[in-house]
Ligand binder design. Structure first.
Ligand code: UDP
Length: 245
């Protein structure tokens, strides 16, 4: 095989990370079957969740690449493992919302599923101990989470480009993209590119016709049919896009 799995580096909530022997600029990433919510206070899993999510994430990154948006994905090595570029992650979760949902709908006392006039981009400080708090641009700069205002502006611009592409991607398969979270990192070459994953763990996806939820809210809210919903998303992506990616 072209890539050789190296030393174990780190275990997160949904992934395990290893070195790649002889390639300090790459990482070996394994998608686990675990599901967590509310900062890992709620834990669950289903078998093959990691396999499904990795496939979804690859198809989405390939689609974004076809639209000129770069990600850290490099190559697949097994059904639940991939090789990606090693990034220095910018410690901000970038959330884009097209429709209000979840805690934000609650925060403003507006009904979940209310459309926004324009997509809203928000930053949350990536720090589990603090429950990833919302930060304003100035707060993000004060805590050193971003280099400068120009970098924050660039993140917003890139996030809106990802949103525009993904709204189209999902609408083609009868799915409404309510909101999602992405992470960016700086590559060895100094480029800011998409990292982490885009999957039903990190997006709110509603069926266009019925508003049925097809994402992690099924687990968060004990709605049942979690595995079936993730499978359904993968099935729709492959039947709609695979021949073109
Ligand atoms: N999200 C995520 N990881 C997080 C927080 C949010 O992937 O740590 C995703 C979540 O799945 C949703 C979007 O980001 O698609 C916006 O989440 P929100 O801030 O509304 O979270 P809530 O507090 O309502 O769960």
């Amino acid at each position: 095989m072209k890539y050789q799995k190296g030393e174990f580096r780190y275990e997160g909530k949904a992934k395990r990370i290893f070195e790649v022997v002889g390639s300090p600029d790459l990482l070996w990433m394994e998608f686990k079957d675990s599901l967590t919510a509310f900062n890992a206070q709620k834990k669950g899993s289903f078998s093959n969740k990691g396999v499904i999510n990795k496939q979804i994430a690859v198809l989405i990154f390939r689609y974004l690449s076809s639209r000129g948006i770069k990600s850290h994905w490099v190559a697949d090595v097994s059904e639940r493992e991939w090789i990606c570029q090693r990034l220095t992650i910018i410690p901000l979760e970038v959330v884009v919302r097209n429709w209000l949902a979840g805690s934000t709908a609650k925060k403003f006392g507006i009904e979940e599923g209310t459309a926004l006039k324009a997509p809203l981009v928000e930053f949350y400080y990536k720090k589990d101990e603090l429950n990833d708090p919302f930060v304003s641009d100035d707060q993000a700069l004060v805590i050193g989470a971003a280099q400068d205002q120009a970098q924050l502006n660039a993140l917003k611009k890139q996030a809106l480009a990802v949103n525009e592409a993904l709204v189209h991607f999902f609408s083609k398969m009868g799915i409404r993209l309510i909101d999602f979270k992405i992470e960016f990192g700086v590559s060895e070459r100094g480029e800011v590119i998409l990292g982490d994953e885009i999957t039903p763990d990190s997006c709110r996806l509603w069926d266009l016709a019925t508003n049925e939820k097809l994402d992690k809210d099924r687990f968060r809210r004990d709605l049942g049919r979690v595995e079936e919903s993730y499978q359904e998303v993968l099935k729709r992506i492959t039947s709609t896009w695979e021949s073109q990616l």
